[in-house]
Design a binder for this molecule. Structure first.
Ligand SMILES: [Zn+2]
Length: 188
């Protein structure tokens, strides 16, 4: 285990104890090369069970690649995607299950993706939930609009010099893109 301070490889374990109600083990380590201490966490591998019955370790990279397609052309950065994958993993680990059906991974993606970008969310949800008609989109958009009511957010992106409404209840203003879902309706 490399020391996070000096990258030295001769750290020693001082102490091990269970954490998160037995779901993890924390080890206190000492690095004799720089004389500093750090903590590592050991958790069980989280397995995803695919429809075929095959098992594979949960992969944040796979979450990112799955969501990236839905985010094409959207104001979503690689950092946003990495954070989303982290949130998904945290949510899945919080269930305490060692094996997660692949479908539940998709379900766990929906919430964080909706917070990140609503257009990307609609794209992802339309595939994941097998939207079959415009009615499915309408229902989803109605649900999104209902959530906007009472949020006191401007409906259009603020232009330079315009009043920016600050919501003190929000920890990270500016992270949530305030975009209305855009659907291209085919004209008949
Ligand atoms: Zn060190």
């Amino acid at each position: 285990m490399k020391c996070p301070f000096c990258r030295g490889t001769s750290s020693r374990v001082l102490d091990s104890r269970t954490a998160d109600e037995g779901a993890a083990i924390r080890r206190r380590r000492y690095c004799p090369e720089c004389d500093r201490r750090f903590t590592t966490t050991e958790t069980a591998v989280l397995n995803v069970v695919k429809r075929s019955g095959a098992h594979e370790p949960f992969s944040r990279a796979k979450v990112v690649s799955g969501v990236r397609k839905a985010c094409q052309g959207r104001p979503v950065t690689e950092d946003d995607l990495a954070l989303l994958a982290q949130r998904v993993e945290d949510a899945l680990r919080a269930t305490g299950a060692a094996e997660i059906p692949a479908g539940e991974v998709g379900l766990a993606i929906l919430g964080p993706l909706r917070d990140l970008d609503e257009v990307a969310y609609l794209r992802f949800a339309s595939v994941y939930r097998n939207f079959e008609s415009l009615t499915d989109f309408e229902a989803e958009i109605t649900a999104l609009r209902a959530d906007h009511i009472g949020e006191a957010q401007p409906l259009e992106s603020p232009s330079p010099g315009s009043l920016v409404i600050e919501d003190p209840a929000r920890d990270d203003p500016g992270v949530t893109e305030c975009s209305q879902p855009e659907l291209t309706s085919s004209s008949t």
